[in-house]
Design a protein around this ligand. Structure first.
Ligand SMILES: Cc1ncc(COP(=O)(O)O)c(C=O)c1O
Length: 425
């Protein structure tokens, strides 16, 4: 008799589906496809030679340590390097405030594991990062979705949701995924004050903060929280847990991210991480340290900013040139994405299918909205698409936008014809 595995799945797996983006990435491997779908860095900016040299150095000089089990909190020199890099952005964390994770995605999972009981509500921006929803869903989170606009999360709408007592807020202040928007400085101040007033902590997810193509760096929430509220107490206490990653500045295949938090929270997260993977790959951490050290990471980030900034401009220009009137899009000052809003009444699934037939891919907006909880009816994303501009070369971006515009125009023409027909009951 064969085992009925599916009837034995734990309750927490109910309603868990695989990410639309992961599924989509499979189609985008097709030759000829231009993908604006995943959040993929450009492979041509991977510093391959530097990685080769780093691997060689680690294996010849430190193999005994680099191939051994390591500390759960992470490789100390890498944690120090992260702390000193963040200090330049005003995040004055000590080594004991930094936990290395297997990508920021693991950080989100550990945060869910530590804080979310089934039925707890998490306050988030609408739209928000799909991977966070996936991580929190497993722990039975429900959501309070608060609208955002071109200046990020609408802090003017926060008081009532905060009074209802969410477990925490999950916020992406810089070049948001998916919308590409940036939380304004005024709203950042308001947010940390509100968090303090209502005693609701913030998870600040910042994978893109260093990838700014125009304007001045804005202070992180974790910095404002400390400056505004507890000037001299460092990170022993605080309302903000900060997450970042090497995925967009070095390479996502490293699977290296980090969490900045007060030491007692780092300790608790480390206990939970032990159950998940004991520690993040020692070898990878040694290599990343060798790659990043001696100012290489800074030089590399400068190069990435230049290349992605150009690609963003090419995409914005092509949208202007090819897209029909009535379609709007955000103007991201950094990051990897922009967010397109289409006229009402368009069938997004049909548009997606038609785009794929023309060898161009994007992610339909509905993936980025929480499907349950107050403030979300699950239909809000149907007019949006997320476009990634980092992965394709400039001429491919132009061609992809031309194809996508053709698909949009033909869907709009179809929708118009359709709406002019009498509706039968
Ligand atoms: C907002 C956000 N958080 C977290 C992640 C996960 O990144 P990582 O590759 O470090 O797991 C991503 C990846 O795209 C992201 O956009």
């Amino acid at each position: 008799m064969s085992t009925a595995w599916t009837s034995r799945y734990a309750l927490r797996t109910k309603g868990i589906t695989s990410s639309q983006i992961r599924e989509l990435l499979k189609v985008t491997q097709r030759p000829g496809m231009i993908s604006f779908g995943g959040g993929l860095p450009a492979p041509d900016v991977f510093p391959v030679q530097r990685f080769e040299e780093a691997c060689h150095k680690v294996l010849t000089e430190q193999a005994a340590l680099a191939l051994q089990y390591g500390e759960t909190e992470g490789y100390a020199p890498l944690r120090e390097l992260i702390a000193s890099n963040m200090a330049r952005y005003g995040i004055k964390a000590k080594v004991e405030n930094v936990l290395i994770t297997s990508g920021s995605q693991q950080a989100l999972d550990l945060i869910g594991k530590l804080f979310i009981n089934r039925g707890d509500r998490v306050l988030l921006e609408a739209p928000t990062y799909l991977g966070a929803l996936q991580a929190f869903n497993v722990y039975g989170a429900e959501y309070i979705s608060v609208p955002s606009d071109d200046n990020g999360l609408r802090t003017d709408l926060l008081e009532e949701p905060l009074r209802s007592g969410p477990k925490f807020m999950y916020v992406l202040p810089n070049f948001q995924n998916p919308a590409g928007t940036t939380l304004s400085e005024g709203r950042r101040h308001e947010l940390v004050l509100l968090a303090d007033r209502y005693g609701i902590p913030i998870i600040e997810d910042d994978p893109y903060g260093q990838l700014r193509y125009e304007g001045e760096h804005l202070p992180s929430l974790v910095v404002l929280d400390r400056e505004n509220l507890r000037r001299d107490q460092g990170y022993s206490i605080g309302n903000v847990i900060y997450l970042s990653t090497f995925s967009k500045t070095l390479a996502p295949g490293l699977r290296l991210g980090w969490i900045v938090a007060p030491p007692e929270i780092i300790g608790k997260l480390a206990q939970l991480k032990q159950g998940a993977d004991l520690h993040t790959s020692t070898f990878t951490q040694f290599v990343a340290y060798e790659v990043a050290r001696d100012g290489f990471l800074d030089k590399h980030v400068k190069l990435i900013r230049k290349i992605y900034g150009e690609r963003r401009d090419v995409m914005l220009q092509a949208l202007q040139e090819f897209f029909p009137p009535g379609v709007t899009w955000t103007h991201p000052k950094g990051g990897l994405f922009l967010w397109v809003t289409l006229p009402e009444g368009l069938d997004m699934q049909a548009l997606f299918k038609s785009a794929i037939e023309q060898d161009v891919a994007f992610v339909p907006g509905d993936s980025f909205y929480a499907k349950d909880g107050p403030g979300s009816d699950g239909r809000e994303g149907s007019r949006h698409m997320r476009l990634n501009f980092s992965n394709a070369a400039p001429e491919r971006i132009r061609e992809g936008i031309r194809r996508l515009a053709a698909a949009v125009k033909s869907q709009l023409a179809g929708a118009k014809i359709h709406s002019e027909q009498p509706i039968e009951a």
